[in-house]
Design a protein around this ligand. Structure first.
Ligand code: MG
Length: 165
C-alpha cells in the first residue's frame, strides 16, 4: 500500500485533475459564448480526459486499499477575452500538472514505491501528449489571429485525425 504521504499526494492529485477538468469546461463555455463551435468541443474533450485522469487515480487508490478523500474544488477562472488567452491558460495549466506528476514520481522513487511508480508512468507519457496538444492549439490560435473561422476550420481538421496524430 502507498505510504500515508503518498496517499495524501495522490488524493491531492485527484483534486488537481478535477480542477483541471473544471478549468477546461469553463474554457469550453467561454468560447461557446464567443459563438464558436469547434473550439468549445476541443476544450470539452479535454475536460472529459482530465476527469478520467482523476478517476484513474481514484481507482488506483481503491485497488491498493488506500483511502480516497475528495476535496472541494476552487472555482475555475471563467472569463477569457479571446481563444488565444484561453489557449495560453490551458498550456500554463498543463505545465503545472506536468510538474505535479513529476513530483509524484520523485516521491515514489524516494519511497521505493515501485507499484505507484509504475502506475504513474502512464501519466508521465500522457503529459507529454497534453503539452504537445495544447501547444498545437496555442500555435493555431496565434496563426489564425482574428480569423476565428480559420481557427475553427484548422482545428476541426486536426480533431478529425486519429488520436496521437
Ligand atoms: Mg490530466
Amino acid at each position: 500500500m502507498p505510504s500515508t504521504a503518498m496517499t495524501a499526494k495522490l488524493n491531492e492529485q485527484i483534486t488537481h485533475e478535477f480542477h483541471a477538468s473544471q478549468h477546461y469546461l469553463a474554457m469550453a463555455c467561454a468560447t461557446d459564448a464567443m459563438g464558436l463551435k469547434v473550439v468549445p468541443r476541443w476544450f470539452r474533450e479535454q475536460a472529459e480526459e482530465e476527469r478520467e485522469h482523476a478517476l484513474k487515480i481514484l481507482d488506483y487508490l481503491l485497488e491498493v486499499g488506500a483511502r480516497v478523500k475528495l476535496a472541494a474544488l476552487p472555482p475555475p477562472p471563467s472569463e477569457y477575452k479571446s481563444v488565444l488567452a484561453a489557449a495560453e491558460a490551458a498550456l500554463k495549466s498543463e505545465k503545472k500538472v506536468t510538474k505535479q506528476i513529476h513530483d509524484l514520481v520523485a516521491l515514489a522513487d524516494k519511497e521505493k514505491d515501485y507499484a505507484t511508480r509504475s502506475f504513474l508512468n502512464g501519466f508521465v507519457d500522457e503529459q507529454v501528449e497534453e503539452l504537445k496538444h495544447t501547444g498545437d492549439l496555442l500555435q493555431l490560435a496565434k496563426m489564425a489571429g482574428d480569423n476565428l473561422l480559420q481557427l475553427e476550420s484548422h482545428l476541426r481538421h486536426a480533431m478529425s485525425k486519429p488520436a496521437g496524430g
